[in-house]
Design a protein around this ligand. Structure first.
Ligand SMILES: [Fe+2]
Length: 165
């Protein structure tokens, strides 16, 4: 039973541990499928960042005696499952756009979850945690912006033009 803010915070940290782990597992396949070099390199960079993010979450979990085996982040599991269905059913010019959809859904979930966790860390006076969560939140926002730039930088237009040929 969760009865105070600290417990809710730890629940969320354990959830994020599961989220990052699932993302680390699915990203290599997304990188493999990406056609556009910009997208491939953005996803590769973000996979490296994600490994560091998992390390930060792990540090926070250790600090508070959390455990990585407690729960699966079902929200990320659902987004990953939908992404997998997309990946199996996409071809040609739709692939990169579909990968961006899946990646941005993940980033948005993480931005929301990390934003809340960071606010809780501040409220609870966990300074080191706040610093670590803030670093991750910055990376997630930057990754999301990079994906938007790639998506709006002609990727869709080129795809549509190709399909019209
Ligand atoms: Fe992440």
């Amino acid at each position: 039973m969760i009865t105070n803010l600290h417990q809710l915070y730890l629940y969320q940290i354990e959830d994020l541990y599961s989220a990052e782990t699932q993302i680390i597992n699915v990203f290599p396949r997304m990188i493999e499928l990406a056609g556009c070099e910009n997208l491939k390199s953005a996803l590769t960079t973000h996979l490296d960042e994600t490994r560091a993010q998992l390390g930060r979450v792990n540090e926070i979990m250790d600090t508070h005696g959390g455990t990585s085996r407690k729960q699966t982040c079902r929200a990320v599991k659902g987004i990953v499952e939908e992404g997998e269905i997309l990946m199996e059913n996409m071809a040609g010019n739709a692939v990169d756009a579909g990968l961006i959809v899946a990646a941005q859904l993940l980033k948005h979930y993480e931005i929301a979850a990390y934003g809340t966790a960071r606010a809780f860390a501040e409220e609870l006076g966990y300074d080191r945690d706040f610093y670590l969560l803030d670093e991750t939140l910055e990376e997630e926002s930057a990754a999301n912006e990079t994906l938007t730039t790639i998506a709006t930088g002609g990727l869709f237009t080129e795809g549509v033009n190709e399909m019209a040929k």
